[in-house]
Design a binder for this molecule. Structure first.
Ligand code: NAD
Ligand code: G3P
Length: 306
């Protein structure tokens, strides 16, 4: 659970016992957030015991591990505890978005999703951040948002779980493309074009899946796309940048790389074209070079803007 508005103790559970003990002693996550002092109420620990008292559990693992981790913690959860996924991606194989994965692994627990433009480092340093907290039940979404809000961290609430999840998943894939365009030195105009056309394909799929257009153009969709596709602090953008420059990929999690193929498959299953995401999937899978993928995108027939 995160350090929330109530000031109550918030266990921070990790699987590496030694690292959690070091974090508890130094009050710093030196590997991920160097220089940031943990708030007094954050209590780093290992093992699932601390879960038994938690009304709200934030699951902050990569999308492709969400199923295994949520299944593992299921027996340790307090009855009725809300589980909030923070992952941004599409599960490979099932093509499910994070809330739907939780629906399968934790059917007895209300599932929620936290997404939106927010670098962990910015949040941890108390810089102003606005995000979206989605849950199927509006009262739950509002209650969770109020519990997690701080003076600098503003969760807006939503019931559009699909829209919030799809925006977060697709923006990571599109950010890889934006990084590649930047890495090839194609200029700011090309990056802007990519963001706009990328947003068009994100919207097409979102609408086909039943998402609300206003969710897709909100914090968790367009907002996060703009952040991730324009900042070198983004690990997805940084991966694209390296690919565009022909440099080795950074050794960091880039959710878009793991999600690209699944996103395109989800789009295909819904009769939606996502040419930029497909280009990213092709490059990640080694089916195309960055240069040929860009050539192919530029050679697409001219059409009405939609
Ligand atoms: N870092 C950010 O700024 C940020 C912001 C918003 C959302 N997210 C999302 O949060 C999710 C996690 O990203 P992150 O930045 O925390 O990644 P990270 O690599 O910094 O941390 C992932 C954590 O998950 C743990 N983990 C990995 N595989 C696991 C497994 N099989 N079982 C149990 N634990 C496992 C790792 O030990 C690590 O503690 C991603 O979907 C990402 O898109 C990240
Ligand atoms: O570093 P990235 O690319 O995983 O982006 C982190 C967050 O999702 C930004 O909102």
């Amino acid at each position: 659970m995160a350090a929330d508005a109530t000031g109550a103790e918030a266990p921070l559970i990790g699987r590496d016992t030694a690292r959690m003990a070091e974090m508890a002693a130094t009050r710093e996550n030196a590997a991920r957030l160097p220089g940031v002092t943990l708030r007094p109420q954050v209590a780093p620990c290992a093992g699932w015991d601390a879960l038994s008292g938690a009304d709200i559990v934030l699951l902050v693992t990569p999308t492709q591990t969400l199923r295994a981790v949520s299944a593992e913690l299921a027996p340790h959860l307090k009855p009725g505890a809300a589980v909030v996924a923070c992952a941004k991606g599409v599960e490979r194989g099932s093509l499910l978005l994070p809330p739907a994965v939780l629906g399968e692994t934790l059917p007895e627990h209300p599932a929620a999703l936290l997404s939106g433009p927010s670098f962990a480092d910015d949040v941890a340093r108390g810089l102003p951040t606005a995000v979206t907290l989605a849950a199927g039940d509006e009262r739950l979404a509002a209650r969770l948002a109020a519990r997690l809000a701080t003076r600098s961290f503003r969760p807006y609430h939503s019931t559009d779980l699909t829209g919030v999840a799809l925006g977060g998943a697709a923006k990571n894939v599109l950010a890889i493309a934006a990084g590649a365009v930047e890495g090839r030195g194609l200029g700011a105009s090309a990056v802007a074009a990519l963001i706009a056309r990328g947003f068009a394909e994100l919207t097409r799929l979102g609408v086909a899946l039943g998402a609300k257009p206003e969710t897709l153009s909100g914090l968790s969709g367009l907002g996060d796309l703009v952040l991730t596709a324009t900042s070198e602090k983004s690990r997805n953008f940084a991966l694209g940048l390296a690919l565009g420059k022909g440099e080795p990929a950074p050794d960091k999690l880039a959710e878009g790389a793991a999600t690209a193929e699944a996103l395109v498959a989800l789009a295909e299953a819904n009769g939606v074209e996502m040419p930029i995401s497909r280009a990213v999937a092709d490059v990640i899978a080694g089916r195309a070079s960055v240069a040929s993928a860009i050539e192919d995108l530029l050679a697409r027939p001219l059409r009405a803007e939609a």
